[in-house]
Write a protein that binds this ligand. Structure first.
Ligand code: C5P
Length: 294
């Protein structure tokens, strides 16, 4: 169980695992400008945490290593409170009570960095509040509601390995992805997702190979992140980071989402931890986190 309730304290704790796009192919564009994707997504032990308590009035607070960055921006805090407001409205229409709550976000993941962030927080808010309020909502109501918060929120609601198509709403869960150890690496520079999509040259790339027919390592070798070239052109540190991960012996190095976070897959968790230690010495101001898929 990722989330649990602390007995007696009436606090609901919900994990918001980081989202990793192991592969992301852009296969087309919708009439409204959104890009059609095929992406293999997994989630990690590393992530943010949402804590929910009963309160006299709604409130929202943030802590954690990246809390200050989030407060300075305009992203995740709004997504958490917007997720709460949307869910409360939907529950009201079914006559289910949704009393005031104090929501706390522990922000452990870098902000605007391609590994979920605000989307994971919004999804964890929805899951956590449903448990906290002991409420239920039909999946075919919840998923479209999540999609209005962001294209990645429905997949973050799942928080298990999956392939997503469309703009991320068409989800096929995967059960046979082996556990992967990896190091997440970010140069501490945020990138703008719309800007990366705008800079994308080729919008009709080949489809994702079918992982079940070719095996996982072949799949990873034959797949790509189509957003990596435009992101790298905007932020040269991405090339630097992939080089550093390769130097540490990563078996596969790639960018996640629209960046700038990259991941390096290692043969063991010990190897990933050693790489994390070495990388932190090489680039003290940057974010390096060894983790495993869940
Ligand atoms: O939905 P989300 O907030 O994650 O998307 C941010 C922006 O990224 C969108 O407004 C859109 O410009 C771009 N985007 C896109 N195609 C996608 C997802 C996002 O063009 N599939």
């Amino acid at each position: 169980m990722r989330g649990h309730e602390v007995s007696g304290a009436a606090e609901t704790i919900e994990a918001a695992p980081a989202k990793i796009n192991l592969a992301l192919h852009v296969t087309g564009q919708r009439a409204d400008g959104y890009h059609l994707l095929e992406t293999l997504v997994t989630f990690t032990e590393a992530g943010d945490t949402i804590r929910i308590r009963n309160a006299d009035a709604d409130s929202f607070s943030i802590s954690g290593p990246f809390g200050d960055l989030l407060r300075a921006g305009d992203g995740g805090d709004n997504l958490v409170t917007r997720a709460k407001d949307l869910l409360r409205d939907a529950l009201a229409s079914t006559g289910q009570p949704a009393p005031p709550v104090a929501i706390h976000l522990e922000k452990n993941l870098p902000v605007a960095s391609g590994i979920g962030g605000g989307s994971a927080d919004a999804a964890a808010t929805l899951r956590g509040l449903l448990r906290h309020w002991r409420a239920a909502i039909a999946p075919d109501t919840l998923a479209p509601m999540a999609l209005t918060l962001g294209a990645d929120v429905p997949m973050c609601l799942e928080s298990r390995s999956l392939i997503a198509r469309g703009i991320g709403e068409d989800i096929e869960p995967l059960t046979d992805l082996p556990e992967l150890s990896m190091v997440l690496a970010n140069p501490m520079k945020a990138v703008s997702t719309p800007e990366i999509f705008r800079r994308l040259q080729n919008k009709a790339n080949p489809r994702l190979p079918t992982p079940a027919t070719i095996g996982w390592m072949d799949f990873l070798a034959q797949s790509r992140n189509d957003l990596q070239p435009p992101a790298q052109a905007l932020l040269p540190e991405i090339a630097e980071i992939t080089g550093l991960l390769s130097e540490e012996g990563a078996a596969l190095v790639r960018m996640s989402g629209s960046g700038a976070t990259c991941f390096g897959i290692f043969h063991s968790f010990d190897a990933a931890k050693n790489a994390e230690t070495s990388l932190r010495k090489k680039r003290p101001g940057w974010y390096f986190q060894a983790t495993r898929t869940i």
